[in-house]
Design a protein around this ligand. Structure first.
Ligand code: RE
Length: 365
């Protein structure tokens, strides 16, 4: 009995799908740096529309062959074996001195310091191929990269600026029909050594019978903590799982869909979500602690992300606490098609998404 159990467990671990880690070689890193230097001279900023428009062609021209292959297959592989996260280790050397002290919050970040990193991330999205976009629902747009910085005033929130609590795994903007297809997270500094958490729908061995209701549009999908308006009625419902019935995609945010006390899911909806979470919470992957210069790319339909709680500005060396520069991460989001979401982008700017909640746009536009 016992030995059988062990056997089953080991075959299970053998089959477990995990994020793919790719060590960038010195020559690949040099190629990327040379490309970025060239592009910066030519286009100035990575926000330059000429650059963003041609990002696919530029990516194929400048990125190392191996990365192009990995990224192209990542974008079209939704198989049983595809976790939905790629980890590029040492993609870019980060000039810590040039960045200087970590600003107190994202509002006071100097984005000119992140320009080269923006080019590098945009090329990765370009290779998928997917187009960098911005969302009004996040920082009213705020550009194609967002600096994620722990903010003392926000430390207890379920937002990128929080730190004191675990940030529950979530797919980005689960409350939007046209949420990002791909995300990149570039780590500028992580001296606190905070592990990133990832959770893939492919980590479930199969889509259990009990999860079938997750395909039905019976769920309240509230907007996230950044956007809360008081006691807002949620009248549009949606599904948690979609796409292929056996190898589905997901829009999932445990904190909002399951633990938000203000929304009342129906009993059927709540039951299905709880069952799902009972299994999902054991499948969260947190064995990777990103270092400066690492980039995680996720398929936002397959893989959710989060992070463990940490103390901003404190690092631990052999059990002794030292102060350190607080963490900085750069997030970029992209869409494969600008056409499908055209009803939800600015008239003059198809890269600027104005969807507020499940197919409804912000009224200001
Ligand atoms: Re996120």
């Amino acid at each position: 009995m016992n030995s059988l159990k062990i056997l089953e467990e080991s075959s299970l671990t053998m089959e477990r799908v995990l994020p793919v880690a790719i060590q960038i070689t010195d020559s690949e890193r040099r190629m990327i740096k040379d490309a970025v230097d060239h592009l910066e001279r030519k286009y100035g900023t990575f926000e330059n529309r000429e650059f963003v428009m041609q990002v696919h062609q530029l990516a194929s021209y400048f990125l190392p062959e191996r990365l192009l292959k990995v990224l192209a297959s990542f974008a079209s592989d939704f198989s049983r074996e595809q976790y939905g996260a790629l980890i590029f280790q040492g993609l870019f050397d980060i000039d810590q001195e040039k960045i200087g002290k970590t600003p107190p919050n994202w509002q006071s970040a100097d984005y000119s310091k992140f320009n080269q990193y923006g080019f590098a991330c945009a090329l990765l999205h370009g290779a998928l191929p997917s187009k960098p976009v911005q969302y009004y629902s996040q920082r009213k747009g705020g550009g194609l990269i967002h600096a994620i910085i722990p903010d003392e005033k926000m430390r207890d929130t379920q937002t990128g600026s929080g730190s004191a609590t675990d940030l529950y795994v979530h797919t980005e903007d689960a409350f939007l029909k046209h949420q990002a297809d791909f995300l990149s997270f570039m780590y500028i500094r992580n001296e606190e050594q905070v592990p990133s958490t990832l959770y893939s729908i492919r980590s479930h061995e199969s889509i259990h019978e009990d999860y079938k209701p997750l395909f039905d549009p019976i769920f309240k999908i509230p907007k996230d903590a950044n956007l809360k308006t008081e006691a807002e009625e949620i009248d549009t419902l949606d599904a948690i799982l979609y796409g292929n019935k056996e190898l589905p995609f997901m829009r999932f945010d445990a904190a909002e869909q399951l633990f938000n006390p203000d929304i009342k899911q129906t009993d059927i909806a709540h039951h299905a979500l709880s069952k799902f979470w009972q299994e999902a919470k054991h499948l969260i992957y947190s064995d990777f602690t990103p270092q400066a210069g690492d980039v995680i790319v996720v398929n936002n339909h397959l893989c959710a992300h989060g992070r463990s709680a940490f103390r901003a500005g404190i690092k631990n060396i052999n059990g002794v606490e030292h102060t350190c520069e607080r963490r900085i991460m750069l997030r970029m989001m992209s869409k494969v098609s600008l056409i499908d979401m055209r009803g939800h982008t600015l008239k003059e700017d198809p890269f600027f998404v104005i969807e507020e909640h499940l197919g409804k746009n912000f009224k200001d536009f």
